[in-house]
Design a protein around this ligand. Sequence first.
Ligand code: AMP
Length: 208
Amino acid sequence: MNICIIGPQASGKGTQATRIAGHYGIFHFSTGDALRAEVKSGSELGRELAAVMNAGKLVSDELIYGIVKKTAGEHPEGILLDGYPRTVHQGEMMKDELKIDAVIEIAIADETCVARISSRYMCSDCGRGYNTVSLPPKNEGVCDDDGAALVQREDDKPKAVLKRLALYHEATAPVIEFYRAAGVPVHKVDGEQSIDEVFAAAKQAIGG
Ligand code: AMP
């Protein structure tokens, strides 16, 4: 089974993706995490990616498609795509390669996104995500897994946040219509609920 999860930044999409993938025994693939790992490696490509990502822009469709195609090929058990497709063009590029069985749309208001982002942090070492309100670390300011300092993502800083939200509405929201028109079941879940409630609703929508 291949699932695609779509939602704006801070909609809880990454958290839900981890839980849904675990529940159905499929591979959780976050394109954002894959790109951040490349940036962290310090490679030439990573430096180029950082410039694009820190400005709140999207990396090229061709580059990201290559990464997704390779990863999907390595996971015949199924994949949960978190952060892909981000544009209708990306969806079209992939449609003959990977059949999507269901789309989960996590819907939240822009104001909620902005409020949540101000409390969002990640581990400076392993990249694990936290939220000081809804998903706090056991000890303030440090990662539960490795004790490294928690930091705010460059692209979570106010200017980049507004740009990414506008980009979501303009480029990514149409992907939902693209799948609906292609006959793929699209399940809209209210992302303003608690993490457990969103997970329960997503599970029920997919079929238990
Ligand atoms: P995310 O963690 O999903 O919010 O992704 C962080 C950043 O990575 C985005 O703001 C983009 O710059 C880049 N990115 C992630 N997925 C894609 C994609 N499918 N297409 C283009 N850029 C992407």
